[in-house]
Design a protein. Structure first.
Length: 111
């Protein structure tokens, strides 16, 4: 499990415990993973949209328009994660990290 991978994960979000996609951001010192939930809805018009028309969307493994809700990290143990869907890559990853104020996490590329 690597940063920017998308997994189905079981956790409670907005009062509902179920399995949903989550974007891994980082591994904690305790061995958990900080992630953001991904939903088919943008409840407050503040989430980052993952549009199927984006050239980098296919790498996510998602099948429809979704939204990354980056208002807070959810720290989940490895046992919460189920199936690997894909990952956030390329320009889509760069736009998300900029949107979330996390551009310092953008992977370095060799010249």
């Amino acid at each position: 499990m690597q940063p920017f991978d998308i997994y189905l994960a079981e956790f409670e979000w907005k009062g509902c415990k179920d399995t949903r996609p989550g974007l891994i951001i980082e591994k904690t010192e305790e061995g958990h993973f900080n992630c953001f939930p991904i939903s088919g809805q943008d409840y407050q018009n503040v989430a980052f949209r993952l549009d199927p028309a984006d050239p980098d969307f296919r790498a996510t493994g998602l099948t429809k328009m979704c939204y990354i809700h980056d208002e807070k990290f959810y720290s989940l143990p490895p046992s919460s994660f189920r199936d690997h869907k894909g990952s956030l890559r390329g320009a889509l990853l760069a736009r998300f990290l900029d949107f979330a104020g996390l551009s310092h996490l953008l992977p370095k590329t060799d010249p």
